[in-house]
Write a protein that binds this ligand. Structure first.
Ligand SMILES: CC(C)(COP(=O)(O)OP(=O)(O)OC[C@H]1O[C@@H](n2cnc3c(N)ncnc32)[C@H](O)[C@@H]1OP(=O)(O)O)[C@@H](O)C(=O)NCCC(=O)NCCS
Length: 224
């Protein structure tokens, strides 16, 4: 579908295709730290991309969308109709492969990565990783990220619209997502998502010396 969502250039919002995979992974890496590059907290490009995007691009590509400007992927929305099903595939088919890949590539030997993993483990053992389960009323989920230079031009809103239309066509009852980005939270409020839960996380305390917020937003789709 061709959409003119910006006054300045023409943006094509379309379904993700395998040829977009490299560009999607690149944006994924460059926005993984609350819209900034993952290198702030982790060294290991392919590992981060696999952890954050491989399920979506390789196991449920039909639920993902890209915004294309002049043949360049400006941003993406990678989605899953059922978060529970996605997590099952991740645990059964991706996690172990990813673990071995991480060992082989030596990411566990890097100081920055050890500090991040230690921070996550500390939070986990303090019970600080759990969140309420929203999958019954809001089964679907997604991640959305745009390259810096394409933000603030209604492209994000157009990607969300395309995904919500797809979910409704597939009779999915609702969708929820988590974000640590404050600007992401404002964006989802603007898209009429409802705030479901808010907490703080200590993952990045070793870098930022503070907890970061974690917001969960949701939207009911079918039957409401
Ligand atoms: C968050 C993000 C996807 C939003 O996409 P975007 O294209 O920049 O946002 P849009 O231009 O479509 O904004 C749509 C509406 O939301 C509003 N909005 C967007 N970002 C906002 C912000 N930070 N604060 C307040 N409102 C905001 C816009 O003003 C616009 O309002 P309007 O409809 O009245 O004009 C994009 O900025 C991004 O990728 N950011 C970095 C990564 C990130 O935070 N991802 C989300 C977490 S998973």
């Amino acid at each position: 579908m061709q959409e003119n969502v910006s006054g300045e250039f023409s943006v094509n919002i379309r379904k993700f295709e395998n040829r977009d995979r490299g560009q999607v992974r690149s944006i994924c890496h460059d926005t993984a730290f609350m819209g900034q590059p993952a290198t702030s907290f982790f060294e290991g490009r392919e590992i981060i991309c696999d952890a954050l995007s491989l399920y979506f691009t390789d196991y449920e590509p039909e639920a993902s969308f890209v915004a294309v400007v002049n043949s360049i992927v400006a941003g993406y929305l990678i989605g899953a109709k059922s978060k529970i099903a996605a997590e099952k595939v991740f645990q059964e088919k991706i996690a172990l492969r990813l673990f071995w890949r991480a060992i082989r590539s030596g990411v566990f030997l890097k100081k920055k990565n050890i500090a991040f993993i230690f921070s996550c483990l500390k939070a986990f053992f303090k019970g600080g990783l759990a969140t309420p389960d929203f999958t019954k009323e809001y089964p679907a989920t997604f991640h959305i990220n745009l390259k810096k230079e394409f933000r603030g031009q209604n492209i994000g809103a157009a990607l969300v619209d395309a995904y919500l239309k797809y979910l409704k066509e597939n009779m999915v009852a609702g969708v929820h997502l988590a974000t640590m980005s404050e600007s992401g939270a404002s964006f989802f409020s603007k898209q009429s998502f409802q705030s479901l839960y808010e907490t703080k996380r200590a993952y990045f305390k070793h870098i930022l010396h503070r907890d970061v917020p974690l917001y969960i937003y949701g939207k009911r789709l079918v039957g409401f």
